[in-house]
Ligand binder design. Structure first.
Ligand code: MTE
Ligand code: HPA
Ligand code: MOS
Length: 752
C-alpha cells in the first residue's frame, strides 16, 4: 500500500487551513446571538423585562421561552431540560433570553439590558445534600455478585473517596450557525459530536420534520465529550433564531460564557468497604457511587452506569455490591467527559489498592496481580474475559522502567533529602468498548468513486482531533488499494449519512471504520465484476474474483492489470454502480438493567502506567520525573495517531488529578471561568522521561481490521501521578490522605 498520510486533519491544522463551524465569512443578512445568562443558581423566575433590550438600535429581536413554537423541551434521553427555564431557574449562567442583533457587540450589550426579576431559592450544590433529598434522575442502580462463600477472619477497611469535576477546555468554544434554506429547510452547521441528536431535538423543538433540518459538522476544535450532549442547546438556539427571523443566525460563545454555563465532568463521592486477608487478597467490595449531575439529567445516568461497570477495574472480587445514584443539583448540567464515569469508578478501587499495599507493605504490582482477573473470569455483570494481558503489561513496565533500580533510587533519594521526597504511583486499566446504550452501537458510511478514480467517503463520524478521518481513509485505502491521498473523508452531514450515533464512547473508528469497510467491500466487488466483464468481452478470458489483487492504485490478476482510474472508467462505461452504502452494528451486545447482567461491551482495552514524582515538602510543588505506559490496543491502524491519543489522554487526566480546580462559591457560581484562573497542563508538565509503548495483541475480539479503540482508556493513566504524590507524602506521613485533585495546596494539607 502507498505511504500513509501522516495526519490528514493535523496537516491542515498545522498549516492553518482547517475550517471550523462559523469560520466562513458572515453571510449576507446574518444575525448574531448573545445571551442573558442567569445571575443566580436557583430561583423562581418572576419576570423578564426585554423592553429596553428590544428597543436598543440594531436589535432584531429578543427571544424568550414565549417565542417557542411548540414545547419548551430539549431533553433527549430524559426529557427534563427546557431551552429557556420556565418557572424555575436551575443554574447560574443558564440562558434566560437570546438577543438577535446586527452585530455581536450590539447583541451582547442589549443582553445586558434584559431585566430579570426573581425570587432566590436555596441552591443545592453538594452531592450528599442532593442525595439526602433523594434528588435522583432515576432510582438507584445496582450490580452485584454473591457467588462463592468467603473465608472467615478477614480484615475490614472502609472509607470515602471523592473525585472532582473538570472543565473540557476544548479550544473551539460552543457554536452553531443556522441558515434558512428554501421552503422550510434549515441548515444547521454546528460543533456537535452528534448530528442525529441535534437534528432530532431541533426537529422536535420547532415542529419541523427531520428531513428539513440538515445538520452539518465540518470538524470540531476539540470536544472530549463536551459536545456530545452539551452542544445541542446552542444548535437549538441558532436554529430557533433562524426559524423566527428567516435570517442566518450565528451563536458563538465567549470563553467565559462557555466555562460558566456549560457542564463539566461529574464529581463523584463514594463510600466503600472491603474485606481482605493478610496477603492483600480482596474477597468483598461494597461501594456506593454518588455523582453530581447538575441541573438536568443530560447523560448522567449513562455516565453513572459506566462508572458501575468499571468499579472493580482489573480485579476479580468474589463478593461485590456496586450501587450508584446520580443526583440533581443547581450546577450547569454535568456531561460526558473522556472516560465517561469510568475514571471516577476506577479511582476508588485503585486508591483502595494503594491503601492496602501500604498497610500490608506490599509492592503495588504484587497486590494488583494477586487480585487480578484471569483469563476466563467473569465480571460482576457476567461478561467473560477471553483475554487478560495484565501480567505481561506489568512485566513490560517493570522492564522499561528498570523497576528494582527505580525503587532503590527512590529510597536512596528519600533518605538523603529531608525536604524533598520521591514517590511512585501505579494504575492499571481495563476499559470496556461499546456504548453502554446498546442501540447506539451502529453506524453507516456512504462512498462515491468519481470517474477519475478519486473517492469521497462520508460516515456519521465527527473529526475532533482524534484523526478519525485518517483512520477511515486507511480502512478504505486498504480494501480498495487506492492511494489515501485520493480518498477524501467528508464532513458529517445528515443528508449523506443520517441517524448517526454520537462520535463517542471511543467507538468512532470501530463503528464508522467498519461501516466504511463494508461499503468498500461492496465497491471492491462491483469493480471486480467490471474487471471480469471487461476481460471476458475484450480478451475472452475468465478471471475469478478472488484472484484479483487491489494494491498500489492497481487492480491485477497476474499479467492482466489496470490502474484504479482505468478500471473505474471501465466500470462507468459498463454501467456498474460506483457508490456503496455500508451499515455496521456491533454484534452480540445485550444487557438487562434490572438484573444487572449481560454483555455490554464488545471487548476491553488493557494497559497500565507507572509514574515517579519528586515532591517539595515545603511548597507542595512537584516535578513529574518519569511516566511509563504500556497500552494494549490490538493491531493499530495508525500507531502514531494512537500514541498521540495515549499521550494526550494521560496529560489531560494528570491535569484532572493534580491541577485543575473548579472553585464554586456558596451561591453556586463557578469562579474560575477563564484560562488565567483555570490551570490546565502545559508543555512543561510533560514527564521528563515519558515512555509510551503500544502493545499489539491478538485481534480475535478486536474491531475494525484487528485494531482497538484508543480515545478514552488511556485517560486512566493520569491517576498514577496522583498515587505517586500520595506515596511521597506517605513516606513522611504514613496513612496520610490526599484530597482530589492533588494540587500543591492539597499536598500541603495532607502533610500538615
Ligand atoms: N482527541 C482529540 N484530539 N480531541 C477530542 O475531542 N475526544 C476524546 C477522544 N480523543 C477527543 C480526542 C473522546 S471523549 C472520545 S469518546 C474519542 O476521542 C472519540 O473519538 P473516537 O471514538 O474516534 O476515538
Ligand atoms: N459513552 C459515551 N457516550 C454514551 C455512552 C457511553 O457509554 N452511552 C450513551 N452515550
Ligand atoms: Mo467521549 S466522553 O465518549 O465523547
Amino acid at each position: 500500500m502507498s505511504k500513509l498520510p501522516y495526519h490528514i486533519a493535523g496537516k491542515l491544522h498545522l498549516t492553518g487551513k482547517s475550517r471550523f463551524v462559523a469560520d466562513e465569512a458572515p453571510l449576507a443578512n446574518q444575525l448574531y446571538a448573545a445571551f442573558c445568562f442567569s445571575p443566580v443558581a436557583h430561583a423562581r423566575l418572576l419576570s423578564l423585562d426585554i423592553s429596553e433590550a428590544s428597543a436598543y438600535p440594531g436589535v432584531f429581536k429578543v427571544v424568550t421561552a414565549k417565542d417557542l413554537p411548540r414545547e419548551n423541551q430539549i431533553g433527549h434521553v430524559i426529557k427534563d431540560e427546557p431551552l429557556f427555564p420556565g418557572e424555575v431557574i436551575m443554574f447560574y449562567g443558564q440562558p434566560l433570553a437570546m438577543v438577535l442583533a446586527e452585530d455581536y457587540s450590539i447583541a451582547a450589550h442589549a443582553a445586558s439590558l434584559v431585566k430579570v426579576e426573581y425570587e432566590e431559592l436555596k441552591p443545592i450544590l453538594e452531592i450528599e445534600e442532593a442525595d439526602a433529598m433523594e434528588e435522583w434522575y432515576i432510582p438507584e442502580r445496582r450490580i452485584e455478585r454473591n457467588s462463592s462463600p468467603i473465608p472467615e477472619g478477614l480484615f475490614e477497611l472502609s472509607g470515602k473517596s471523592s473525585s472532582a469535576g473538570q472543565e473540557h477546555f476544548y479550544m473551539e468554544t460552543q457554536r452553531a450557525r443556522a441558515i434558512p434554506l428554501e421552503d422550510k429547510q434549515i441548515l444547521v452547521q454546528t460543533a456537535t459530536q452528534s448530528t442525529m441528536e441535534a437534528q432530532v431535538v431541533i426537529s422536535h423543538l420547532l415542529g419541523i420534520p427531520a428531513h428539513n433540518i440538515i445538520v452539518e459538522v465540518p470538524r470540531l476544535g476539540g470536544a472530549f465529550g463536551g459536545k456530545e450532549r452539551a452542544a445541542t442547546i446552542w444548535a437549538c438556539m441558532a436554529a430557533l433564531g433562524a426559524y423566527l427571523s428567516r435570517r442566518p443566525v450565528e451563536v458563538k460563545l465567549e470563553r467565559e460564557d462557555d466555562m460558566r454555563s456549560t457542564g463539566k465532568r461529574h464529581p463523584f463521592s463514594s463510600e466503600w468497604k472491603v474485606l481482605y486477608d493478610s496477603t492483600g487478597r480482596i474477597y468483598s467490595y461494597d461501594i456506593t457511587l454518588l455523582s453530581n449531575g447538575g441541573a438536568y439529567a443530560d447523560l448522567s445516568v449513562a455516565i453513572l452506569e459506566r462508572a458501575l461497570f468499571h468499579a472493580e477495574n482489573t480485579y476479580h472480587i468474589p463478593q461485590i455490591c456496586i450501587r450508584g445514584r446520580s443526583c440533581r443539583t443547581n450546577l450547569p448540567p454535568n456531561t460526558a467527559y473522556r472516560g465517561f464515569g469510568a475514571p471516577q469508578g476506577i479511582f476508588v478501587i485503585e486508591n483502595i489498592m494503594e491503601n492496602l499495599a501500604q498497610k500490608l507493605e506490599l509492592d503495588p504490582f504484587e497486590i494488583r496481580l494477586r487480585n487480578a482477573y484471569r483469563v476466563g473470569d467473569i465480571t460482576p455483570y457476567e461478561q467473560s474475559l477471553p483475554q487478560v494481558p495484565l501480567p505481561h503489561i506489568f512485566d513490560r513496565i517493570r522492564e522499561l522502567a528498570d523497576y528494582q533500580a527505580m525503587i532503590a533510587e527512590v529510597e536512596q533519594f528519600n533518605s538523603a533529602h529531608p525536604y524533598r521526597k520521591q514517590g511512585l504511583g501505579l494504575v492499571p486499566v481495563k476499559f470496556g468498548i461499546s456504548f453502554t446504550t446498546a442501540l447506539l452501537n451502529q453506524g453507516s458510511a456512504l462512498i462515491w468513486i468519481y470517474s477519475d478514480g478519486s473517492i469521497s467517503v462520508t460516515t456519521g463520524g465527527i473529526e475532533m482531533g482524534q484523526e478519525l478521518s485518517t483512520k477511515v481513509a486507511i480502512v478504505v485505502a486498504r480494501i480498495l488499494g487506492q492511494n489515501p491521498e485520493l480518498i477524501h473523508v467528508e464532513s458529517a452531514n445528515t443528508q449523506r449519512v443520517g441517524n448517526a450515533s454520537p462520535t463517542a464512547a471511543s467507538t468512532g473508528s470501530d463503528i464508522n471504520g467498519n461501516a466504511a469497510r463494508i461499503a468498500s467491500e461492496k465497491l471492491r466487488h462491483q469493480l471486480s465484476q467490471a474487471f471480469i466483464e471487461h476481460h471476458k468481452d475484450n480478451l475472452g478470458i475468465d478471471i475469478a474474483e478472488e484472484k484479483l489483487v487491489f494494491a498500489e492504485s492497481r487492480i491485477s490478476c497476474g499479467e492482466y492489470s489496470l490502474s484504479f482510474a482505468e478500471l473505474v472508467n471501465i466500470a462507468y462505461q459498463l454501467r456498474y454502480p460506483l457508490a456503496a452504502y455500508g451499515y455496521y452494528k456491533t454484534p452480540d451486545l445485550h444487557f438487562d438493567r434490572d438484573l444487572g447482567k449481560g454483555k455490554p461491551f464488545h471487548y476491553y482495552v488493557w494497559g497500565a502506567a507507572l509514574s515517579r514524582i519528586e515532591l517539595d515538602l515545603l511548597s507542595g510543588d512537584h516535578r513529574l520525573l518519569d511516566t511509563y505506559i504500556v497500552h494494549e490496543n490490538g493491531s493499530s491502524l495508525h500507531p502514531e495517531i494512537d500514541r498521540g491519543q495515549v499521550i494526550g489522554a494521560f496529560i489531560q487526566s494528570m491535569g484532572w488529578a493534580t491541577m485543575e480546580e473548579l472553585p464554586c462559591d456558596a451561591k453556586g457560581r463557578y469562579l474560575a471561568v477563564n484560562p488565567s484562573t483555570y490551570k490546565i497542563p502545559g508543555i512543561r508538565d510533560v514527564p521528563e522521561t515519558f515512555v509510551v509503548e503500544l502493545l499489539p495483541s491478538g485481534s480475535e475480539e478486536a474491531s475494525v481490521m484487528g485494531s482497538k479503540a484508543t480515545g478514552e482508556p488511556p485517560f486512566i493513566y493520569g491517576l498514577s501521578v496522583f498515587f505517586a504524590l500520595q506515596n511521597a507524602i506517605r513516606s513522611v506521613k504514613p496513612g496520610a490522605e490526599l484530597s482530589f485533585p492533588a494540587t500543591p495546596e492539597a499536598c500541603l494539607r495532607a502533610l500538615d
